[in-house]
Design a protein around this ligand. Structure first.
Ligand SMILES: C[S@@+](CC[C@H](N)C(=O)[O-])C[C@H]1O[C@@H](n2cnc3c(N)ncnc32)[C@H](O)[C@@H]1O
Length: 225
């Protein structure tokens, strides 16, 4: 019910969900107990601390940023510079509406096809960490888009994302890319933690892996078909 009117909104229709203040949080965080923004931000903070670095020095590109729940969790851990990217203008609008001031910049668009101004603003931000939470593995983010976002982060930066267990355990376009990134040293020091991401609508827990790693170099263009 929205303002006394009954509406049918599909579960993954994020554009419609973001338009209604509080609906994403009610659905995913409250009803389905999604923990991922806090889990991934917490594991990243632990890894940064273990490396003797300060979260205030971590400058994040939050890819698939949605309405800012990951930015909020990162800010709670001490991150002060966050640039958001999401395909949907509704995600950007919701983040500006619900969490103003968290993002230094937030670009709504396809990361593989940014205009010159958008491209330059990300490069100039000298970002040293990619976060991508609850966005990989469902063919929404093609490997080329992940690679483009990853390659905006400086080498020696951090990478923190999550992935449903079956996309780690079974071959998929993204799992093949991830395996290759680790095998060929594009990602090093990768730690995997399996945890309850959220409940499915059936009430069953959904298991995800959180992956925290260091970037050594860009994903070569030749790897992306
Ligand atoms: C489940 S939401 C997660 C939002 C946020 N990361 C969080 O954890 O609350 C997935 C987000 O990924 C975005 N997304 C999907 N495909 C994308 C792409 N190719 N490029 C950028 N964002 C994308 C969607 O628009 C959506 O906002």
């Amino acid at each position: 019910m929205v303002d006394g009117e009954s509406r049918r909104i599909r579960f993954h229709d994020y554009a419609e969900i973001y338009k209604i203040p509080g609906m994403y949080e009610k659905l995913f965080a409250d009803m389905l107990e999604c923990t991922s923004p806090d889990v991934v931000a917490g594991l990243l903070a632990d890894a940064v601390d273990a490396a003797g670095q300060d979260m205030a020095s971590v400058r994040v590109l939050d890819f698939g940023a949605g309405n800012g729940m990951v930015a909020e969790a990162l800010a709670a851990k001490g991150v002060t510079t966050i640039v958001g990217v999401d395909l949907l203008p509704e995600a950007r609008a919701a983040a500006m509406r619900d969490r103003p001031g968290l993002y230094g910049d937030y670009i709504a668009g396809d990361v593989t096809a940014l205009d010159v101004e958008q491209h330059d603003s990300i490069v100039e931000a000298q970002l040293n960490c990619l976060t991508c939470v609850a966005a990989l593995g469902f063919d929404d983010v093609p490997p080329a888009a992940f690679a483009a976002a990853f390659n905006y982060v400086v080498s020696s930066g951090w990478c923190a994302f999550n992935l449903r267990d079956r996309y780690v355990d079974e071959p998929s376009a993204f799992s093949r890319l991830l395996d290759r990134m680790i095998a060929e040293g594009v990602l090093v020091d990768a730690s995997h933690v399996r945890y309850h991401h959220r409940l499915a609508v059936s009430g069953e827990p959904l298991e995800y892996d959180a992956v925290i790693a260091r970037k050594t170099r860009d994903i070569p263009e030749s790897w992306i078909g």
